[in-house]
Design a binder for this molecule. Structure first.
Ligand code: ADP
Ligand code: ADP
Length: 231
């Protein structure tokens, strides 16, 4: 991921909000990065641009081989479907409650591009430590298992980039650990690049690098642990 001078301005009738004021950020393939910063700093806006759901007002963005800022909406849609996975806040609310864990993963795979080489749903569940819950309906899973399933669904099409918005919010300590292990596992085993917006100090401790966003710019960069540690 390479951002150069990314600017985003939200325009309403008579107001403008400069959410991103020139973001320069490089994330290497296979890296794990936590985006920190106060509320209103621009983190969600940046994540939405990386996810290809919001177009930057100016600047350059490369994801893998793609120059995102010059893609047509259809190309952007295909790029997202092939290469980006997203775990939004409260992501497990978007899973299908009456389907099993297995079917939730299989359902997500239907959005993958034709001809994409996909892991079998069993393998995806195995990666997230959910293999023994394959036949369980979403409804009976614990909050930690649900959020792990949300990660499974996000990576069901084997994207190279996984974006997560507050992936551990509203979870208790044990469930947070489960979700962090799940993200670490995806990063370590598949080499998936992980970018997570978070307020959770445990997330920042376990990623390779933290980047603080302030007033729409990159502030401090810090290094924490070595890798996205698998415990
Ligand atoms: P963070 O995720 O760091 O809390 P956001 O990216 O949500 O920051 O917001 C950055 C700035 O953009 C804030 O001033 C926020 O109020 C503003 N903003 C976010 N979304 C919109 C929107 N849809 N319309 C107008 N302003 C927005
Ligand atoms: P977070 O702090 O988690 O980034 P926010 O509370 O800033 O979330 O934003 C929640 C939603 O409200 C987002 O969809 C964002 O785009 C929208 N939003 C935020 N600020 C504004 C704003 N000033 N005007 C319109 N929409 C906004």
């Amino acid at each position: 991921v390479s951002c150069e001078g990314l600017v985003h301005i939200y325009r309403a009738e008579d107001t403008e909000v400069v959410a991103l004021a020139g973001i320069d950020l490089q994330v290497a393939a296979g890296e794990s990065v936590a985006l920190l910063g106060p509320s209103g700093a621009g983190k969600s806006t940046l994540l939405s641009i990386l996810a290809g759901v919001l177009r930057p007002s100016a600047g350059r963005l490369r994801i893998g081989a793609h120059a995102v800022e010059s893609m047509s909406p259809a190309q952007l849609q295909r790029m997202r479907a092939a290469e980006v996975g997203v775990v939004l806040q409260g992501a497990s609310r978007n899973l299908l409650p009456y389907l099993t864990a297995y079917d939730n993963v299989r359902f997500a795979q239907r959005a993958a591009p034709r001809g994409a080489e996909l892991d079998a749903p069993e393998e995806v569940l195995d990666l997230l430590g959910l293999e023994s819950f394959a036949r369980e309906k979403f409804q009976v899973l614990t909050p930690g298992q649900r959020q792990r399933l949300a990660v499974a669904v996000a990576v069901a099409h084997s994207p190279g980039l996984l974006l997560a918005d507050e992936p551990t919010s509203q979870l208790d300590h044990d469930a947070r650990e489960e979700v962090l292990d799940a993200l670490a596992q995806v990063n370590a085993v598949r080499g998936t690049t992980v970018v997570a917006v978070t307020h959770d100090p445990e997330v920042s401790e376990r990623v390779r690098r933290t980047v603080t966003i302030r007033d729409g710019r990159v502030g401090a960069e810090g290094r924490s642990g070595e890798e996205f540690a698998v415990v």
